[in-house]
Design a protein around this ligand. Structure first.
Ligand code: ADP
Length: 180
């Protein structure tokens, strides 16, 4: 390759060694929204491969099961050939290192996201210096979107078509009809 990459962190950039720059985009995705899809599409154009990683969190019971979330993300991101979806358990940086990722992608919507994300990024760097956290900002119209607010609107019978991908509109309709 005709360029040089400096290994600033000193821990070895595994993804680069393999000639592949893999980024992990972790989250709860309960469910995936258009804001998430926006971040995924930006990450997909920056990295060779993007792994959307749904965090298994026993303490946080979601509206959708892990399988449903993974399925909805796959349906919503099928048009990006370099995006894969998995579920993962345990420490994020450990998982990212095992996958050979060079970066963790997170979305930043507003100042309110910043403090938590900043703390996580620094802690993750402490735990695994070779993995960078990359923050991406979605289109302005998605900055007020969250999975929580979408669920709230859907529960109250409001339209969510403008906020989530088609398969999620369907999923929410079914789940809420079932009284979930
Ligand atoms: P978590 O429970 O880890 O916050 P989420 O699924 O809510 O997981 O979000 C995953 C990541 O996507 C987080 O970095 C979050 O800030 C970001 N995110 C969530 N909603 C949006 C949005 N509308 N636009 C951009 N980024 C978003």
């Amino acid at each position: 390759m005709g360029f040089e990459i400096f290994d600033l962190a000193g821990g070895g950039l595994r993804g680069v060694e393999k000639g592949m720059r893999l980024a992990i985009y972790p989250g709860s995705f309960d469910p995936i929204t258009n804001g998430h899809v926006d971040v995924i599409s930006r990450a997909a154009s920056l990295f060779d491969e993007v792994l959307v990683a749904v965090a298994i969190n026993d303490a946080k019971q979601g509206l959708f099961t892990m399988e449903e979330r993974v399925e909805m993300i796959r349906a919503a991101t099928g048009r990006f050939p370099n995006v894969k979806v998995v579920a993962f358990e345990g420490l994020l940086v450990e998982f990212a290192r095992k996958q050979g990722a060079v970066a963790v992608v997170r979305g930043l919507r507003a100042v309110s996201d910043f403090e938590f994300e900043f703390q996580m990024a620094l802690m993750n760097r402490k735990l695994e210096p070779a993995i960078e956290t990359v923050f991406l900002t979605p289109r302005e119209e998605y900055t007020y979107l969250s999975s929580r607010i979408v669920k709230e609107i859907a529960r109250l019978g409001g339209p969510v078509d403008a906020f989530v991908p088609g398969p999620v509109v369907e999923g929410l309709r079914k789940r809420l009809r079932m009284g979930g």
